[in-house]
Design a protein around this ligand. Sequence first.
Ligand code: CTP
Length: 264
Amino acid sequence: VESLDPEFGSRASGHIGWGRFPSEEPIMSAIISLLTIIPSDYRNEVVLITAGPTHEAIDPVRYIANRSSGKMGYALAQAAQKRKAKVVLVIGPTSLTPPPGIHTIPVTTAEEMRDAVHKHFERATVVIMPAAVADYRPDQPAETKLKKQGQEPMSLKLSSTPDILTSLALQKSGQFMVGFAAETDNLIEEATRKLKAKGLDMIVANDVTKPGAGFGSDTNAAVVLDTHGIVEDIPLMPKRDMAMKILDIIRLRLDHQKQTLHTV
Ligand code: CTP
């Protein structure tokens, strides 16, 4: 059974929120993918995927977060599962229902995400990180609810969180590593910088200011880069199709790596 998530918008009750019947595009795309013969070409791969934001506590009732919905990570996990990979999905707080049949590890903070990812890294053959990990967290989260001090301005002292991909690069033993870069400007330059700084094999860069490619959307458009430059410019399409495309690109690279190893 294949189920689609409800959409956001005005509902029959007159309220605005989640609960609308999905529009034609995701329904058609789901039907097409059900009718398409999907290769089992990830049968021998263990794919570790992260999804969603992280939440960093300010006090027991407040946190710092970002607009990531987790949809791209979910789409990748479901696509890899369909292609018969063993999938481990580490997810930050999202409103999505965990995909059935996938080993899903819910986490809240960047540190928890780092620990979960490290725990499963060794046996992974492919690591894909669309998660929007918080870069900073409140230095000393308050143990009790912070109280408003009249109209006085308030400041929070933040400390940096661990960079998960950078820490993985130090322990890499053949895993194919894919990062994501959601940018508002200098897309290619920023993505290339991150690809190199984080020791990645590939990065998927998307301009979140483009209509249909922003946070929470069911569609995405992206440029895929490796250390030699642009690999593919993926036009706007449903995230589930983009997930399949990204897996196609990774598969080609894994096969190429294997061939090169054989030749050597
Ligand atoms: N990432 C990570 N650990 C972090 C922050 C980001 O592993 N603490 C990963 C993300 O999952 C993504 C990639 O690094 O795959 C790029 O994330 P992004 O937030 O775009 O990059 P940053 O290095 O945080 O740079 P900036 O926020 O300044 O753009």
